[in-house]
Design a protein. Structure first.
Lengths: 531, 352
């Protein structure tokens, strides 16, 4: 039997020796940025189609836009990018952009007004999911020859009616506003798809980085554009690795094999917070968590009941326990950092007040059904609601299901209560005002399933008109005030209890400077990062 | 010999050689199994409460956009018609496009399956080379401390959550000791350095003669492969022990010992030889299990294999990807079964 023992020992020693002898990398190079992130949401990298978070990160670094946000000064709002200036006509419907001279695409082709015209027309013609960001201004396949046109070095866009210029320009900072290289894209056109198939996995931009590769669920690799008009980025290569697990991201960060971990859970954030060589960066994001009350339920349609429920939510308790570090209290439909956002959060858990309001409404022994999608944080919120609602005698039954099941019920107006999340589509207040506080036709036949107010059968009672007025107001300060007023009324009258705004906590090696995830208004950018 | 004589003389000569008939039956059985697998997976995919349209258009899309995509995907057609179209495409080697990343599913599978194959093969080799001797040793030394250790090793392997063990392995061997590479198939410096021929980095780097990449890839695979190998070892060693105990208690073993054969000859030439067929089944099952993809291991080690590919696709309602992955996994099972059958016949003439 000695032979067996020798075999076992030999194998074990062999493995150990092999392991000891293997090389280990401990630090990323000074000109390379390595990020761990969950990037399994990327479905396409075509800016006319991309509508996911990780895809927006890629797009922001690869494509220039007419106007864009400066990552080092996000509060300044949109700034000139590929358009160096613009003029607005007296009737407020036409914006004439003057293109920046001397900028080139990664292919070496010059960036022209014709490319900008092609890019915006293409987004309208392809009619992919985010196309509404442009078509809401009245651009249609039939009229784009007239409404989006290039003349020499100028791009001229004409909207169907007067809109606040800040609204139009903010929308052009969205991913769909990325300017693509017409010549290169059309070289790859197949069956009239305007290069859509090719652009899903390739890039044709003029931004700070060019796409080297996207391996789904594995990595995205970007290479710096040495001819970037703002100057070559310090980080010559950016690698975003798909690392699903928080604990794995943490280990990689601690070992120095990555520079930034973007998905650490609160426990791992707490674990690395006091470690040398690592720092934490908090940024407010646009995602909101809310509870809505279906107005088709006659009890929930009573104003006192709506108010009572807003007093039956343990906002403080949740952000200080299972949502700690990930969310902050926000009871308004505009995320903080948006134009017109406010920090007024008047509601807190007050069971006595809620009972009074319920009694005033003549409601007793209320039993409700809440739709909850299968996601840990939503389930925990729903359980907290179940607990606090019960304190005032409201029985909350939870229906937990997949997106298809719960959203189907929500869109069909079948839910009493919905525990939901909402992220803005573009960095303008209209994106949320137009869904929370706007509902031009509350009838069932209207089938405005994309509008949250409609899904909750809520006739906004005059707020729709106020939203329409705000969206055409050209005075920025006046417009901001209009949104503050709308939100003040919305807080009191709406069937929505907005609860929380997301915070993104990134953990970085302490030599990484100027990294920005883009706050609530845009995506992450890498060209300003130094080490 | 008498039986052979009877067979040739007593039966009429067959129209085709016997092996052609057997091959035909095997291929027919494979085709029937695959068809059944495809049909069941397809139907489950269509009736389960996930919505591929929603996954594509997003929850805030208008009804018009939703309906357009619904029709584009052919979901408005009867289930059997949808399945017919799908089957036709598969028979032409087309698994369709991934609904979510817009790439051909066949390309995705060609990328993720070699990663799993590489990991599972190494894991199985570790499991076999350690598990079989351990099982034999435990049987021969039944009741001894070696047997007890083998039992504990197997028990831990059966009962310890792979998720926990993987994280602990990473923490100790990568995080603290730094003996092995971290998550991922290869360090960031070596990504795409060697041309992909087989998709298995260890082999590709050898073919390319790039030993730096080979060492780096080895440093990354050694931990997840050891982990999978350990679970494989636990199973194989217990089964080996059980098979060996049965043989060692047989009368022919006593006879061999009485005849004065050495203990080594008794164990290896007699007892072990008779458990080879059973062991092949156990090893094939274990290997097939690993080839299916160990989702948790792949997640912890950021290993882009077929297990996490199918799981992600399933959670994202990407049914083309799920079906494509399932077909490949099913095919692997079938082929391993066929291979096992061939090995049976090689090791045991009675099976012929």
């Amino acid at each position: 039997m000695n032979a067996f023992s020798k075999l076992l020992s030999g194998a074990a020693i062999g493995l150990a020796v092999t392991a000891v002898a293997l090389p280990v990398n401990a630090e990323t190079p000074a000109n390379m940025l390595v990020i761990a992130n969950r990037i399994d949401d990327i479905t396409t990298l075509d800016p006319a189609e991309s509508f996911e978070f990780a895809g927006a990160d890629v797009s922001r670094n690869v494509y220039g836009k007419l106007v864009n946000f400066d990552p080092l000064n996000l509060d300044a709002g949109y700034q000139p990018d590929l358009a160096e200036s613009w003029e607005i006509s007296e009737d407020g419907r036409t914006i004439t952009f003057t293109m920046r001279e001397g900028v080139k695409f990664h292919s070496g082709n010059p960036v022209t007004a014709e490319d900008a015209e092609f890019s915006l027309r293409r987004a309208v013609l392809l009619n992919k999911t985010p196309s509404f960001i442009l078509t809401q201004f009245g651009f249609t396949p039939e009229n784009i020859e007239d409404t989006i046109r290039a003349e020499g070095n100028k791009l001229i866009i004409t909207t169907d009616k007067r809109y606040a210029s800040s609204f139009v320009l903010n929308c052009l900072t969205a991913t769909i506003g990325g300017i693509v290289d017409k010549t290169l894209v059309m070289e790859h056109e197949v069956d009239g798809d305007m290069g859509n198939t090719w652009l899903k996995t390739n890039s044709a931009g003029s931004g700070a980085y060019t796409l080297v590769s996207w391996k789904p669920n594995e990595s995205v690799t970007l290479q710096a554009n040495p001819d970037f008009y703002q100057g070559a980025p310090a980080m010559e290569r950016v690698i975003v690795r798909h690392i699903q697990e928080s604990a794995t991201q943490r280990l990689l960060l601690e070992r120095g094999d990555i520079d930034i971990a973007r998905n650490l859970n609160p426990e791992d954030i707490a674990g690395v917070m006091d470690e040398g060589g690592i720092k934490i960066s908090d940024e407010l994001k646009g995602r909101l968590m809310y509870v809505s009350l279906g107005q088709q339920n006659p009890d929930l349609a009573k104003p006192q009941v709506r108010q009572a429920i807003k007093y039956l939510i343990d906002y403080e308790g949740m952000v200080n326990s299972f949502l700690k570090g990930q969310y902050t209290i926000q009871q308004n439909f505009l995320p903080l950092t948006y134009l017109g956002s406010v920090e007024e959060n008047p509601f807190s858990l007050n069971v006595d007040k809620a009972k009074e309001l319920l009694a005033e409404a003549g409601v007793d022994g209320l039993e409700l059904t809440a739709g909850v999608r299968e996601a840990q944080e939503r389930l925990e919120i729903a359980q907290s609601l179940q607990n606090t609602f019960a304190m005032a005698g409201i029985k909350l039954n939870l229906t937990v299901g997949t997106g298809k099941q719960i959203l189907g019920m929500y869109r069909a107006r079948e839910l009493d209560v919905y525990v939901g999340a909402w992220g803005p589509d573009y960095p303008d207040p209209q994106t949320n005002a137009g869904t929370f506080a706007f509902n031009p036709d509350n009838s069932t036949e209207a089938q405005n399933t994309g509008i949250l107010a409609w899904r909750n059968s809520w006739d906004t009672g005059g707020l729709s008109e106020k939203v329409e007025a705000a969206v055409v107001e050209n005075d920025r300060d006046k417009r901001a005030q209009m949104y503050r007023d709308i939100q003040a009324e919305f807080r009191e009258t709406s069937p929505f209890a907005i609860m929380f705004q997301q915070i993104e906590q990134s953990a970085l090696r302490d030599n990484v400077e100027n990294f920005s995830t883009g706050q609530a208004i845009t995506a992450a950018s890498y060209w300003q990062v130094t080490k | 010999m008498a039986a052979e004589g009877q067979k040739t003389e007593g039966r009429p000569r067959a129209l085709f050689p016997r092996w052609i008939g057997q091959t035909g039956i095997t291929l027919g059985s494979i085709a029937f199994t695959m068809l059944g697998l495809l049909f069941v997976t397809f139907i489950i995919g269509r009736v389960m409460p996930i919505d591929p349209v929603l996954a594509i258009v997003g929850e805030r899309a208008s009804n018009e956009v939703y309906q357009q995509v619904y029709q584009d995907l052919g979901l408005d057609k009867p289930l059997l018609v949808q399945f017919g179209y799908y089957l036709w495409d598969v028979m032409h080697g087309d698994f369709g496009m991934s609904l979510l990343n817009a790439r051909p599913v066949s390309e995705d599978i060609a990328r993720v399956f070699p990663a799993t194959l590489e990991l599972a093969t190494l894991g199985t080799l570790i499991g076999v080379f350690l598990g079989v001797p351990l099982g034999v040793l435990a049987a021969v030394k039944r009741g001894s401390w070696i047997d007890q250790i083998a039992r504990v090793v197997a028990l831990v392997g059966y009962s310890m959550p792979i998720f926990w063990l993987g994280l602990m392995g990473l923490l100790v061997f990568y995080g603290i000791l730094g003996w092995v590479g971290g998550p991922g198939r290869v360090g960031i410096f070596y990504v795409d350095v060697v041309p992909s021929v087989t998709g298995m980095i260890l082999i590709d780097s050898m073919l390319d003669g790039n030993w730096t990449v080979f060492r780096d890839a080895l440093s990354h695979i050694v931990l997840p492969a050891s982990l999978l190998g350990y679970y494989s070892l636990a199973y194989i060693s217990r089964m080996t022990r059980s098979f060996m105990l049965e043989q060692l208690s047989a009368e022919y073993i006593t006879t061999a010992r009485v005849k004065g054969m050495s203990e080594r000859a008794v164990i290896w030439r007699h007892a072990f030889r008779n458990i080879r067929v059973q062991l092949i089944t156990v090893i094939a099952l274990s290997y097939a299990g690993l080839l299916e993809g160990s989702v948790l291991t792949e997640i912890i080690f950021a290993w882009p294999g077929i297990g996490s590919y199918i799981t992600t696709a399933l959670l994202s309602a990407d049914m083309n990807a799920v079906l494509g992955g399932t077909v490949v996994v099913g095919l692997v099972f079938v082929l391993l079964n066929v291979f096992s059958d061939l090995l049976y016949k090689f090791f045991d003439p009675r099976a012929q």
